[in-house]
Write a protein of this length. Sequence first.
Length: 227
Amino acid sequence: MIEQLPLYLNLAFILVTLTTIGIFYAATNKNKIALGVVLFWLVLQGVLSYVGFYTVENIHPLRMVSAFIPMLLLIVFVVLSKRTRSFIDSLDLGILTILHTIRIPVELVLYGLFVYQTIPEIMTFEGRNYDIMAGVTAPIIYYAAFYKKQLSKDLLLAWNFISTFLLLNIIVYAVLSLELPFQQFGLDQPNRTIRYFPFIWLPSIVVPIVLFAHLVTIKRLIKKEEA
């Protein structure tokens, strides 16, 4: 943990992470294998960050990206592989849509981290991070598409594409704000927080689950249009 941060920010993000996993678990219809994989990665990344694996001086870029690249590769495999087709088709798209509301508390935590000078302003909604809009609109989209069933597949698909772009936007700014050789933003106030426990779970757990939710929904909706 970062010493200058208040305890409530750490506890808030732990709660955000566990809530994200809980909603994802519900969307998988309580698939034990999926939960096991996520919990394994949660514990591994938690231990690595807690013992300082990501905070050594002159850290090599590959060490930092190892927090999310393995999960990203797993997501690509699961979404594209024919072996996982039945799992993809079993996911509850309504719950995956509700999952995006978690982006609201994530953005509030990020703003708190900015206030305590551990991430740059560019990573917050006062900077160039508009990801909170996906979280705010997620309940509306869920209500219209899955409860009232009055939102067309095309509009639902468009919302998922736009929200995915918003997610990728903040990922780019976050990566380019790290204290690494390729840093471009936040030179006076770099993105230091995600190297520490529990915030390492943002790139290693929360972001991958949110991205996975979008990719699965997009794939399912496109598949329906082609059918």
